[in-house]
Design a protein around this ligand. Sequence first.
Ligand code: COA
Length: 158
Amino acid sequence: MTFRLAPLQRGDLARCAELETLVFPDDDPWRESAFQSELDAGYEYFGAYTDEAGLVGYAGVSVLGVKGNAEASVHNIAVDPAWQGKGIGRALLRALLARADEVAAPVYLEVRTDNEAAIGLYEAHGFTRIGMRRRYYWPSGADAYTMARPAQAAEEAP
Ligand SMILES: CC(C)(COP(=O)(O)OP(=O)(O)OC[C@H]1O[C@@H](n2cnc3c(N)ncnc32)[C@H](O)[C@@H]1OP(=O)(O)O)[C@@H](O)C(=O)NCCC(=O)NCCS
């Protein structure tokens, strides 16, 4: 099984919205227009592509500010359920972190407190829990942890 990462293409955003309904059925999955807005805002999105199935995952991050005074936020990361557990989520997250590390930005994100797979992925990449947001997700009312990864200069990153 091979996949490659590349900047997410606007032509793939309908597929992203389709995947959202599979991976976030309880929590107001993003529509295509939400992804359009993210790209319009200049946020950085990667897609994971396979020869067999085309787009099978995507992830996005905002990196704001300049080196020494930058901050990054993971906006989204998801892998097609049929392609999970094959290292694609890890590769996508690492692509986002590499962008943050270019400007030594600390990275923040929210994750459902019951999302063991995602929490495991984040903890394996230096994130720790720094807070809790009650009833953060809609319409499920699920709670979120806020997690943070301290700033790392590109040359120090694993
Ligand atoms: C979270 C998600 C992106 C991980 O993607 P993936 O391609 O399945 O993950 P990978 O195969 O790259 O696994 C990377 C690491 O994630 C963690 N992980 C993945 N699946 C896991 C599971 N079922 N249980 C516990 N940890 C898991 C492990 O730390 C794993 O590393 P390891 O294989 O060395 O143990 C994927 O499960 C997903 O799309 N979930 C639905 C959407 C979502 O919850 N997004 C996060 C929102 S905050």
